[in-house]
Design a protein around this ligand. Structure first.
Ligand code: GLN
Ligand code: ZN
Length: 770
């Protein structure tokens, strides 16, 4: 029985990759220093996996930015606008690569970056390949070959990893009309064959093809492409052992096709879909010369493996197929896990009791190896001890009073029928709110945060280090808040915000104040390029020991007669941007968070806050991969939002905010959230994103963002009026708000001031035009 790993984190346990990339981009280190740093990370990772006892160790899982962009470079899918970068003297492949990832403004060129989007249902972002109708593919980058040789020189025969040709095409976008990207498969395949030829010549034994689209709904044509591709590969290279990897969900309807493919190893994600092992074994259709790689160790979450559960699955496969036909593996690449739990010290934010339940990438690799030893009946003292610890931790988790809180569980069970419903229907609420708030037509507001200047961030850093007392820190924040309130009043904003100066991050800020959350010091995961995130860990029943935001909202409200909007992060977004406990359904955890937010909403109302925004930017990204599973998710997600929002009287106005606003397929569910006002991103699409709302006759109020906050550019009053004129054409004027696309925390004050003054002037013009 072999052990197998699909991919190892490439950021380095101390985010070495981030640091060297950023140094290179700003010209502080040379190309060769960057290249050496990359090589060091790879060598460390290979050594670590080898020492741990992994048989099939990946190469080409390293990337300086993104593995999909690596593929685009490999197959020469380089959009024309970058050709100038290639032509420039002294530019090398990595400069071209970074230009594609980040745009290029040098030597008289100004080229935009390629688009970025989320990798399936993860928080990792990849660079979207761009295809033209007559797209030519030609082997360009030989990175995969080079890294294979590099490992070989270090004494390790690796298993190169590639994104399979079908998924690679499906990950991309057509950049002109008149073709489907899957039709490019015949053009693309020869490049893959060329790579395989070179790898075979270098004695590569295994090659891994990731085809995560096998977890998605596929068309007939797309399925046929799989049969074609893997048939051709087998014909051309009968002796290269092909591993076909699927993850994040079941094969589902695609299973019949998958089982017919001539591949040496089929990798299954048994964490997301344990039932597919039975499906495959019972089908009797697994080819006799195909092995199964059992992904039993969760690559997407941070919990210690449940050895007993994994052993049962492995044993079942072993009984059916024999041990030669089985490999043990993590469920997917470990790039979605933090690197190394050993780096974490016991702290208040990560108690040792919680720590014993966790495993990061390095520990997951060890788990894979231990599982093999256990199934092979290794009875050495060490192994038995590890098993015992594992079982003990599992038992402890089932009963720990850190996790289980009877009051929280009871409260969830006793949620009453009307608790997810406002007292009256929207129409009734709307007229009561008009009276209570007395807002003009086209009211102006912002999305919550104001610039987090270097100063503001330095106060927080000093406070955390103990260089600033709590009193001194809060005084600075109060002054900053006060200044922003007075300024908003001064320019004539209608609904003010306090500015969120006290917050580090919109999820972390709440997690730190909620029971049931833990925080690591080094638990970084790549989000995109050099950007890493450190998601909180939800380990236990969630409740709110004390009010979280009332102090700041009440302070801000005390400074003005105008309404100041209370600002909260919604339950679905808190869930989505955390590592979530796996010992109960996500829906349950989400409901617990919803109740905690509900308490906060009620307390804000009591403190005199009459407008409260519950941000839910992550609602859409939480959608399951398969459409058949959408309804169930949307039901509990929308209910969680409603629970959080429904504890207040009719006069209190509930807002929500979402950044990505392509809502065509879930507009009914957005309406079901029943927020009094929803603010969305719209300016970059020239209000096109509003169409979903107008076609649906969306009943509640909407603030379609009138300017893009991602750029320092100051929009003019006229262009904002123009955008609002477009909005007026499809949404009743009495339901429209005027606001930016998103929060302003990444902006500077200079452009923010100018932009908002223009925005308020635009609203005035709109009112006068009525
Ligand atoms: N209230 C948050 C802010 O303004 C919303 C951020 C977001 O939508 N991602 O920063
Ligand atoms: Zn936003």
């Amino acid at each position: 029985m072999q052990t197998h790993n699909l991919g190892y984190p490439r950021i380095g346990s101390h985010r070495e990759l981030k640091k060297v990339c950023e140094q290179y981009w700003s010209g502080r280190i040379t190309l060769s220093e960057l290249v050496t740093a990359g090589a060091n990370i790879r060598k460390e990772n290979w050594k670590l996996q080898k020492t741990a006892g992994i048989d099939l160790i990946p190469s080409n899982d390293f990337s300086f930015y993104d593995q999909v962009l690596d593929m685009s470079l490999m197959v020469g899918a380089i959009p024309e606008r970058y050709h100038e970068v290639i032509l420039q003297k002294g530019r090398n492949e990595l400069d071209l690569y970074f230009a594609m990832a980040r745009g290029y403004q040098q030597h008289g060129l100004d080229i935009t970056a390629m688009e970025m989007t989320k990798w399936f249902d993860t928080n990792y972002h990849y660079i979207v390949p761009e295809f033209k109708k007559d797209q030519n593919f030609k082997m360009f980058s030989t990175k995969v070959i080079q890294e294979f040789m590099e490992a070989k020189q270090a004494g390790i025969l690796t298993k190169p990893v590639l994104i399979g040709p079908v998924s690679y095409l499906l990950l991309g976008k057509e950049k002109e009309e008149g073709f489907e990207r899957i039709d490019l498969i015949q053009n693309l395949l020869p490049v893959y064959l060329e790579i395989l030829k070179q790898l075979e010549a270098l004695n590569a034994e295994y090659v891994q093809f990731d085809e995560p689209f096998l977890a998605m709904d596929l068309s007939e044509k797309e399925l046929k492409a799989f049969t074609y591709v893997y048939g051709e590969i087998k014909k051309a290279f009968p002796s290269v052992k092909i591993i076909l990897a699927n993850y994040f969900d079941c094969f589902g309807e695609n299973l019949v096709t998958v089982l017919s493919l001539p591949v040496h190893i089929l990798h299954l994600d048994l964490v997301r879909c344990p039932s597919q092992l039975d499906d495959i074994l019972d089908s009797g259709k697994l080819k006799v010369d195909t092995k199964l790689s059992l992904g039993v160790v969760d690559g997407r979450n941070i919990w210690k493996n449940d050895f007993d559960q994994s052993l049962a699955l492995i044993q079942k496969a072993k009984d059916a197929l024999g041990e030669e036909r089985i490999l043990i593996a993590p469920s997917c690449s470990l790039i979605h896990s933090p690197c190394d739990l050993d780096l974490e010290q016991n702290t208040e934010s990560l108690p040792s009791e919680v720590k014993q339940w966790l495993a990061f990438a390095k520990q997951k690799i060890e788990e894979v190896v231990v599982l093999r030893k256990l199934i092979e009946k290794d009875t050495s003292v060490d192994i038995l001890k590890i098993l015992e610890h594992n079982q003990q931790a599992g038992r402890n988790r089932k009963t720990s009073s850190l996790i289980h809180d009877g009051r929280v569980k009871n409260r969830v069970v006793s949620i009453a029928l009307g608790d997810d419903q406002r007292k009256s229907s929207f129409n009734v609420r709307q007229s009561k709110q008009k009276l209570a708030l007395n807002l003009p037509l086209f009211p102006t507001t912002t999305i919550g945060s104001f610039p987090q200047t270097t100063e503001v961030r330095s106060w927080r850093a000093r406070f955390k280090k103990g260089d600033l007392t709590k009193e001194a820190y809060e005084k600075l924040l109060e002054d900053e808040t006060k200044e922003s309130i007075l300024w908003q009043e001064d320019i004539g904003m209608d609904v003010l915000v306090h500015g969120e100066f006290e917050r580090n991050d919109m999820v972390e800020y709440f997690g730190e104040q909620l029971a049931g959350f833990a925080f690591t010091k080094f638990g970084w995961v790549q989000s995109y390029g050099s950007r890493c995130v450190k998601p909180p860990i939800i380990y236990g029943d969630v409740h709110r020991p004390e009010p979280m935001t009332v102090r700041w909202s009440a302070f801000a409200q005390s400074l003005t007669e105008k309404p100041v909007k209370g600002m909260l992060t919604g339950p679905v977004t808190i869930l989505q941007w955390s590592f979530v406990r796996n010992d109960q359904p996500r829906s349950q955890t989400c409901t617990q968070i919803a109740l905690a937010i509900r308490d906060e909403v009620v307390d804000l109302e009591e403190a005199g806050i009459s407008v409260i925004q519950i941000d839910e930017p992550a609602i859409r990204e939480g959608l399951p991969l398969r459409k058949a599973d959408w309804q169930n998710y949307l039901d509990w997600a929308v209910r969680a939002f409603r629970i959080s929002a429904s504890g207040v009287k009719d006069e209190t106005q509930i807002h929500t905010h979402m950044c990505y606003s392509e809502f065509n397929d879930i507009i009914q569910n957005i309406a079901d959230m029943d927020a009094d006002v929803i603010t969305i991103e719209c300016s970059r699409s020239q209000m096109e994103l509003l169409d979903a709302f107008s076609e649906f006759n969306y009943p509640n109020e909407i603030g379609p963002g009138v300017y893009d906050i991602h750029s320092p550019r100051v929009p003019s009053k006229e262009e904002m009026v123009q955008l609002m004129d477009k909005a007026k054409a499809v949404i009743p004027a009495g339901n429209l708000w005027v606001n930016p696309d998103c929060g302003l925390k990444t902006r500077h004050w200079e452009e923010t001031r100018k932009a908002l003054i223009e925005m308020v002037a635009a609203a005035k013009d709109l009112r006068e035009a009525v």
